[in-house]
Design a protein around this ligand. Structure first.
Ligand code: NAG
Ligand code: NAG
Length: 436
């Protein structure tokens, strides 16, 4: 990766559970980024517990710097000279039931390290203990507004690693400014063509607040959405193949790592390593129950995408037309879908209109082409029910050329990354300073 002369100012909107904390560590160790604020929301756990996890991370890094001053250089984003604003965002979804993922991340969001590793607990009464942070006295969306209003126009990336609630609140309150000035949104969430990870059909972040997702992607007047050409969705489909196996972690990063039956011993290792091993111990046990000895790097992929893809300029967008603008080996396509909010068993599911896909009705006639043909003759196909009216066999007068045109609508979805090996290398080098 090459460091461009200008660092990308970013706001990280997160519900710090296990993969979020690793993602934040990667961001802190990435000189391409200039982290201006961290907005903590509900999600993996509640806001208060999530907030404490940022303080734990601060404590671990501060101890690390004390014991090994050289490691400061790796975390160029974490210095008293450029404090990161820490704010609280939403503590529940816009509407609907509050559901969390404590079964996976633990009550404290970090595999219950508060019990297994009391040495990692923090003193919240002493703000002087956190020189790298500036504690906000206003809600997350107002903190975001201040930053978006003062940084150069379209220079900021807003990275969403948790439910979209705080961003939806930001759009409700300050939509005009955000539309005019925010450079891009990169959001981890959703499952399009793969099973969900919170239910059979839903990815956790979208499951946690499908109302916010709907409001951003399908705004209804007077609420207006965010311009989608400046939005990149990083769904479970793309993130899941990226993982760190625990045998790899043990071999290259922490040779004493096992699980909660042999807890990490702070007297044996550097503070940062102790911190990551402490919260990964239980994750390992949970993942083994799920059938693999590895952790998936969902949120980490989103941060990586932000590192390598600065916000596009207006010129780049104009040149690209409807296609998303990505750098290097990254790729994206536009996808059309709707989010289910109230389903009895499908909350947070992304309902993809597969009538439009290639080979949607294989074997046999392609009904998507038929649909397009009907549309050309004035039959609108935006409703949910009309396809049943389409006859199974229709002679088309024209070849289905429409199919080959790039979609001009839909959400830009990242579907190509530089690959799992490249991410693992980047993460290992940057966060732990190990060249594997
Ligand atoms: C599901 O995906 C989200 C990605 O945001 C992740 O934070 C969460 O840990 C995942 N849960 C499981 C059970 O894999
Ligand atoms: C913890 O690790 C030990 C040693 O590898 C193993 O025998 C045990 O089954 C593991 N426990 C869990 C809960 O995974």
């Amino acid at each position: 990766m090459t460091v461009s002369s200008r660092r990308i100012p970013v706001i990280i909107d997160t519900d710090p559970g296990v993969d979020d904390v690793l993602a934040i560590l990667l961001a802190l160790a990435s000189p391409e980024l200039d982290i201006r604020a961290i907005i903590v929301t509900f999600g993996n756990t509640d806001v208060e517990a999530a907030y404490l996890n940022i303080l734990r991370l601060h404590k671990a890094l501060a101890l690390q710097f004390e014991q090994d001053p050289k490691s400061r250089a790796r975390f160029s984003n974490f210095t008293p000279g450029s404090q990161i604003i820490l704010a609280k965002g939403a503590n529940g979804p816009l509407e609907g039931e509050l559901l969390s993922a404590e079964y996976f991340h633990g009550r404290d969001g970090l595999g219950d390290i508060d019990k297994g590793h009391p040495d990692l607990n923090v003193d919240t009464k002493d703000p002087g203990a956190y020189p790298m942070l500036q504690f906000a006295d206003k809600p997350g969306e107002d903190v975001a507004l201040d930053i978006i209003s003062t940084e150069p126009v379209k220079s900021i990336s807003y990275i969403i690693l948790g439910p979209m609630t705080s961003f939806a609140r930001l759009m409700r309150k300050h939509g005009d400014t955000v539309r005019d000035r925010l450079g891009q949104v990169i959001c981890m969430g959703g499952a399009l063509d793969v099973p969900g990870n919170s239910s059979a059909v839903a990815e956790f972040n979208f499951f946690a607040d499908p109302f916010a997702v709907k409001e951003i992607f399908e705004p209804v007047s007077p609420v207006q959405g965010f311009p989608l050409e400046r939005f990149l969705l990083v769904p479970l489909d793309t993130t899941t193949p990226h993982e760190i196996t625990f045998p790899y972690y043990k071999e290259h990063i922490d040779p004493t790592f096992e699980n909660t039956t042999r807890p990490s011993d702070p007297s044996q290792k550097a503070p940062l390593l102790h911190f990551t091993s402490a919260f990964l111990e239980r994750t390992r046990e949970v993942m083994i129950m799920f059938g693999k000895d590895a952790m998936e790097l969902h949120d980490i992929v989103a941060v990586w995408c932000a590192i390598e893809n600065p916000p596009p300029s207006d010129e780049e967008l104009a040149q690209a037309g409807p296609l998303p603008v990505l750098k290097g080996r990254w790729g994206a396509v536009r996808r059309k879908f709707q989010v289910e909010r109230l389903g009895e068993i499908t909350r947070g599911m992304l309902v993809v209109d597969r009538r439009e896909g290639e080979g949607a009705y294989d074997p046999g006639v392609n009904r998507a082409a038929v649909q397009a043909e009907l549309e050309m003759h004035g039959f609108h196909s935006s409703g949910a029910l009309e396809s049943t009216a389409v006859p199974a066999q229709v002679e088309l007068e024209t070849a289905p050329e429409l199919e080959k045109k790039p979609l001009t609508v839909g959400v830009p979805v990242v579907n190509v990354t530089p690959g799992p090996a490249a991410l693992l290398r980047t993460l290992t080098e940057r966060v732990w300073g190990v060249v594997a």
